[in-house]
Structures are given as C-alpha cells and as structure tokens.
Design a protein around this ligand. Sequence first.
Ligand SMILES: NC(=O)C1=CN([C@@H]2O[C@H](COP(=O)(O)OP(=O)(O)OC[C@H]3O[C@@H](n4cnc5c(N)ncnc54)[C@H](O)[C@@H]3O)[C@@H](O)[C@H]2O)C=CC1
Ligand SMILES: O=C(CO)COP(=O)(O)O
Length: 326
Amino acid sequence: MKIGVIGAGAWGTALAQVAATRDRDVLIWAREPEVSASINEARVNAAFLPGIRLSSAIRATSDLAALADRDALLLVTPAQFLRSVLAEVPVGARPIILCAKGIEAGTRMLMSEVAAEAAPDAPIAVLSGPTFAHEVAAGLPTAITLACEDEALGRSLADRLARPGFRPYLSTDVIGAEIGGAVKNVLAIACGVVEGAGLGQNARAALISRGFAEMSRFGLARGARVETLAGLSGLGDLVLTCSSTNSRNFSLGKGLGEGRAAADLLADRRTVAEGAFTAPVLAEAARDVGVEMPIVDAVCALLKGDIKVDTLIDALLARPLKNEGL
Ligand SMILES: NC(=O)C1=CN([C@@H]2O[C@H](COP(=O)(O)OP(=O)(O)OC[C@H]3O[C@@H](n4cnc5c(N)ncnc54)[C@H](O)[C@@H]3O)[C@@H](O)[C@H]2O)C=CC1
Ligand SMILES: O=C(CO)COP(=O)(O)O
C-alpha cells in the first residue's frame, strides 16, 4: 500500500516520518514549494517541524496530481481547508484517513461529513489521539485511535501505520473519534487561560473534568460512544493538550489569560490553533442539539474580545450549583 500524505505541516510531516520507518516510498504534498524543497534537499521541514531529520524515504511534491499513484491518502491539512484540498484531488475509491481536528465553519460538519460530500466514493477512516507531532517524529512511544466503520479496512490501515513506538487502537466509532479531537482543542484554550491568569492547578483539574463533561454531553448527543470519548481520541488528547505549552491551543489560551487580545495572538501565525476556528462553530453545533457547553461559550466570548478574563471567571464561578452527572 503506497501512502500519500496531503499537508506538510508538523503533523503531516510526522506521519510521513512514521510511514517511512518501514516503507521506502512515502510521498507528501506541501502547499508551499519552499517546504517541498526543504524536505527534498535538506531532509528537514524547517518551516513546520524544525529540528527533526527526515527519512530519505520521504519525497515531497507541491503538485497534487503527483499523488495519483498512491493507494491510500492521509489528509492532514487544517480542518477549514479539507474541502478545498479534496476538490483538487481525484480521490476516487481510495481510502482516506482524516487527521485534522476540527469542525467546518459555516456547514457545522465534522471532517468525515465533509469528506463524504467531497469524495463520495472513498472509504473513510479517522486517526486521532494524544500525539504531539515532535514526539511522534522523534520516535517517542505514542498510542492513537484509528476509527473506521469497515473493520477489515481499519485493521489493514492500522497494520500499515503501526510501529513499535506508534500503536493505533481500532474503533468503528468515526464520529466519536472526531468529536474528541475537535472539542479538546477548545478546552485546551480554556486550560491555557487558567494558566495565564494564574488560577492554579485545582482550577485546571476542575476545567479538564468539567470540560470532559461538556465533550461527553455533545458527543453523546451526536451519537458518539462513551468508550471512544473516554479513550485516546477524547480524554487522552484532552489531558495531553491541557497540560503543556507545547500545545498551540493551550499557548493561545495562556496569552488570553495574560490579558492579550486574540487578534494580536492570532495575527501572522503560520501554524494553526484549531480551537480558535472550532470554538464558534462548536457553540452553534451544541445549540443545534440542545447541549449546554459553558466552557466553550466562555472561550468564544474571550476570542471575540467581548469580555475580560476576570469578569468571565467570576461569571463561570457564579453559575448555579448542579449535580456532577452529565
Ligand atoms: N501538530 C500536531 O502535533 C498535531 C496536529 N494535528 C492536526 O493536524 C492538522 C494540521 O495541523 P499541523 O500539521 O500541526 O499544521 P501546522 O500548524 O504545522 O501547519 C499549518 C498547515 O496549514 C497549511 N495551510 C495553510 N493554508 C492552507 C490552505 N489554504 N490550504 C491547505 N493548507 C493550508 C500549511 O501548508 C501547513 O501545512 C490540524 O487539524 C491539527 O489539529 C493533529 C495531531 C497532532
Ligand atoms: O492535537 C495535538 C496533540 O494531540 C496538538 O495540539 P495543538 O494543536 O494544540 O498543538
């Protein structure tokens, strides 16, 4: 199975590196010609994954047509660009593995729903979990969920990607795997705010727990399974991303917590903080299914610049007491 990777940001590059540990022919599409050149000539992705020496089995191209000979495609552009990129690739009936974490603005669609529209004949899998790209590319031990409704295809894709240090766990719950990854990015912004505002470790733990309750309420309303939400792609990724400034979403939140404006923090960024795009569309999607997500609403308000951090924290803490259950 010849693997093609579409998107040469940090995560696409790390996944190409994973595929290339056993495979002598991995092709990655980079939107930026200078990134293709850097991978092909210097064996490094200086723009998006600096400091990692890349396998000589990875070839880069900036021509999407070059992916025509690939047997399976990993889609690793940011979520808001999945549809436009798929429109340019004649995917046909080749399996696609969706790796972006987000919800499409405007349509409120999950990535699998976008892909089903844009590449209707392609079998779909989702790859999502606690996976900082730098650690994966450096070969550090990592576990991840690979969800595919077709169990036999899921198994063959997992076998194709698995390495001793990279363990896919199989699931058939595509929606559940996607919801965990999309929601945790917004919650990571909230945890960053707690850090930036100096609110302490108790507050961070409370936010992870109550954030998980929000993720679960929304996930269950959308048909996700409990064990997926409590697994690698849900709780696992929530804990990782809420714990470290290695997360772009957590760092964005930290800046907000320190009182900086979202517009300033987001201006001129080359790397993506998906939670900033997901937050408003997630809040709308939650309202569609009648689910309360107060932490997500708070992140939206902060990103819009509608409210100051102190006022927001006071409002969250003043909410009526309630039962802990969902
Ligand atoms: N970096 C990480 O550790 C992980 C990232 N992800 C997810 O992978 C997805 C991609 O993130 P990263 O690789 O980190 O990106 P990145 O932040 O490293 O790079 C940004 C990417 O956006 C691409 N881009 C910019 N404008 C574009 C356009 N108009 N059309 C298509 N692509 C465009 C750039 O070419 C580049 O590949 C995101 O959804 C992210 O949440 C998932 C797991 C881990
Ligand atoms: O998804 C990730 C880790 O699983 C990466 O998180 P950030 O996008 O916040 O850096």
